[in-house]
Design a protein around this ligand. Structure first.
Ligand SMILES: CCCCCCCCCCCCCCCC(=O)SCCNC(=O)CCNC(=O)[C@H](O)C(C)(C)COP(=O)(O)OP(=O)(O)OC[C@H]1O[C@@H](n2cnc3c(N)ncnc32)[C@H](O)[C@@H]1OP(=O)(O)O
Length: 177
């Protein structure tokens, strides 16, 4: 399943889009999640809960934690070199996550069937081997670049197509043997 041209284990994966809420470096409101390739079709990522991410006082909002899991699972696309979007995402919230906590995430693809990519992720607190705070199971569906061109707001699509860095990133996903 791992694409032969996938980033090597240990390599930082970078952002798939600068304005992405999950991983974009140019997105001031974002999570700034950084993912690193693992062995096989797996990866690790880290995200530190900021005061802007609160639900209850001093605690992370569940939807923000789900976004971090979604982004981590979506980053597996880099290893498959496939463009895919989240079709289904189920999250278990196991422990509350205080502001200031670094969530240590790991994700892996468990099966691929046609356009369907099944994956799982966990988020641990206190270190990469700490207790599980959140976990998720997901189904991503493979799409073509047209999915974004057809449905995205024209302003952002045009800006993305005029940005050589973005075009290079999108192409990296579309070169499939
Ligand atoms: C210039 C621009 C550059 C851009 C460069 C971009 C770079 C790369 C960006 C990546 C970005 C990632 C970002 C983070 C991850 C998100 O957050 S993605 C955003 C959230 N997700 C979405 O917006 C997806 C919205 N949903 C959809 O568009 C459509 O429902 C989908 C997912 C494309 C599927 O529609 P479809 O293509 O018509 O496929 P469909 O035949 O319905 O389903 C295919 C199969 O999946 C199954 N399925 C579909 N949905 C479900 C479901 N919810 N539950 C169970 N089964 C399902 C179907 O039953 C079917 O199964 P089979 O019959 O084949 O066994």
């Amino acid at each position: 399943m791992r694409h032969p041209d996938a980033p090597a284990p240990g390599e930082l994966l970078g952002a798939h889009y600068g304005q992405c809420f999950g991983c974009g470096g140019d997105q001031p409101h974002g999570l700034h999640l950084e993912a690193r390739a693992g062995e096989g079709v797996s990866l690790t990522a880290e995200f530190t809960v900021q005061p802007a991410h609160q639900g209850a006082p001093g605690l992370a909002h569940g939807g923000v934690l789900t976004s971090a899991l979604d982004e981590t699972l979506g980053s597996l696309n880099w290893l498959l070199r496939t463009i895919a979007v989240t079709g289904r995402l189920e999250t278990d919230f196991v422990r509350p996550v205080p502001v200031g906590t670094t969530l240590h995430l790991e994700a892996e693809v468990t099966a691929v069937a046609g356009r369907k990519i099944y994956s799982t992720a966990t988020g641990r607190v206190g270190g990469p081997d700490g207790p599980v705070a959140v976990r998720a199971e997901a189904l991503f569906i493979e799409v073509k670049v047209d999915h974004f061109v057809d449905h995205g707001r024209p302003e952002e699509i045009q800006a993305a197509m005029n940005d050589p860095d973005q075009v290079r990133r999108a192409r990296a996903f579309e070169v499939n043997p």
